[in-house]
Write a protein that binds this ligand. Structure first.
Ligand SMILES: CC(C)(COP(=O)(O)OP(=O)(O)OC[C@H]1O[C@@H](n2cnc3c(N)ncnc32)[C@H](O)[C@@H]1OP(=O)(O)O)[C@@H](O)C(=O)NCCC(=O)NCCS
Length: 220
């Protein structure tokens, strides 16, 4: 099924349950121990979204993919804290979820944009939507003066890793934690970074080389 896709920054919070369902389909296994009940996971996710920190892909009016980011000003899933979790789940379940979620927390460094999840509806994968969503994040980072984009990819996700490598992300750290698999659903992850300053100097070099070629042509 080939479809026409439109990518937009931000989205109407009315779509929160639909987006949460999509996000849960992609990342539910990671949050299963934190919030065992799927309905509750979707509810909590839907309450956590701050939509301005994401891009979404529409096929007609249906959201079929999203890519979130985390910067010093906020993040896609940063709209719910320990208090909100306790409010939604009750005292003990809320405290437990909050403790498990803290293991996934990634604080952006100065000049750094951190990815906060990328997911495409399973019926729409393999058509370039994930690639377009990632391009938008990279463009956003470039346009807003960030020096780098950082993400973590779990050891059992070669498909996503391939996508990141195709955009120039480079693995900088590999972590192994088999003793945590029961809790977080995976036993290791790789940190990947896209250095935007390298891209900038590459673009500069290409531009000046192109300029030199056209000057030579003019001189001839
Ligand atoms: C990862 C994900 C977002 C990719 O979305 P997508 O729309 O299918 O990706 P695209 O169609 O744009 O493909 C982009 C690249 O991904 C890789 N890819 C796509 N389908 C693949 C497949 N079946 N096998 C291996 N690699 C594949 C390829 O590198 C591809 O580039 P290519 O088309 O030049 O070969 C999607 O698979 C997904 O939602 N997965 C679940 C959530 C997830 O794992 N997110 C990443 C967390 S780090």
């Amino acid at each position: 099924m080939l479809v026409t896709i439109r990518i937009e920054k931000g989205w109407d919070i009315r779509h929160a349950t639909q987006v949460a369902t999509l996000y849960e389909e992609a990342f539910g296994a990671k949050f299963q121990r934190a919030i065992p009940d799927k309905k509750q996971r979707i509810l909590v996710l839907s309450k956590s979204f701050v939509t301005e920190f994401s891009f979404v892909a529409y096929s007609d009016d249906k959201i079929v993919g999203l890519s979130g980011f985390n910067v010093r000003e906020g993040s896609l899933t940063g709209g719910i804290g320990a208090k909100g979790l306790i409010h939604q789940l009750g005292l003990f379940a809320g405290l437990w979820a909050s403790a498990v979620f803290s293991l996934f927390e990634r604080t952006p460094k100065k000049g750094e944009l951190v990815m906060d999840g990328i997911a495409v509806d399973s019926d729409y994968r393999g058509q370039g939507i994930g690639s377009q969503l990632l391009d938008q994040i990279i463009l956003h980072a470039q346009d807003n003066g960030f020096n780098s984009v950082r993400l973590d990819v779990i050891d059992s996700n070669p498909r996503a890793k391939k996508l990141y490598e195709s955009k120039g992300f480079v693995a900088t750290k590999v972590e192994s934690f088999p003793y945590l698999k029961w809790l977080v659903g995976f036993s290791g992850s790789t940190t990947m970074i896209l250095d935007l300053s390298t891209l900038k100097s590459l673009a500069k070099a290409i531009n000046s080389a192109a300029g030199a070629v056209s000057q030579t042509r003019l001189a001839n």
